[in-house]
Design a binder for this molecule. Sequence first.
Ligand SMILES: [Zn+2]
Ligand SMILES: [Zn+2]
Length: 300
Amino acid sequence: MSLAVTLLGTGSPMPHPDRAGPATLISAGSGPDAEHYLVDAGRGVLMRLAAAGLGAANLTAVLITHLHSDHITDLNDVITTRWVMTLPPTTPTPLTIVGPIGTRMVVEHILASLAPDIAYRIAHHEDLEQPPLVDVIEVVEGPIDLPGKVTIRSAPTDHKPVEPSVGFRFDHTDEDGAASAVVAGDTVPCAGLDDLCAGAGALVHSVIRKDIIAKIPLQRMQDTLDYHSSPEEAADTAQRAGIGTLILTHYVPPIPTGTVGDDWRALAAGHFTGTIELGDDLHRIDLPGVDAGLTLDAGD
Ligand SMILES: [Zn+2]
Ligand SMILES: [Zn+2]
């Protein structure tokens, strides 16, 4: 296994008893050397991470696609829990948070809101001597300088009027071969996402059912139509790029509990010939590595 995608939270701003807020985990390798990248930190992310057998201290980095509240609402929990749950003799390491321009300001405000809690805990715990260590990297487009084995780059997406927004591509090669996955976040089809997706193995894409939402006579719902992709549009993006596996998430409206979203799958399948994945929270998709040499030859 070269890369794995876990849908930690498949929900949206609409609270749902079975779907946590937007969060996707990209994992590379296994055991103590494994790397785990959290993309977005929506409602309940650490509960889902715990269900996946991991904690905030296991995260190699957190990557934020955009600063909509549903994607960052539990970032404060990730920051605080990593800080409090990193126990001696483990030396605390900074939590790396990657995101679009504006992320630094948001993280500074989160830390400011946590000031009373930080003071309480430092005063109460003798071995807790410093506030949470956070290292923010703001990105626009291009490679991201992180120390891990996974190569990560960003490109702008189109979620206007939410600006800026970015998608991320993860590339990892090990003894099993090379694998890659793109996490689009919330976006309409755009050149930046096409660029990230070109030749990638998997695409994780937020989707809304425009055919359903368009019929709801509420302006607040209608407003969401113009800055999200439908399953058909996400499928078109995947097909254009030659993606192998399209992974749909961030379901609006929520896919009812106990059903498997066959209607969503059918809409995407009309536009995409590869594998389509959707599911409940914690659905995991292993992306086997392909021989790097064969990948290069495939373009001939
Ligand atoms: Zn969203
Ligand atoms: Zn959004």
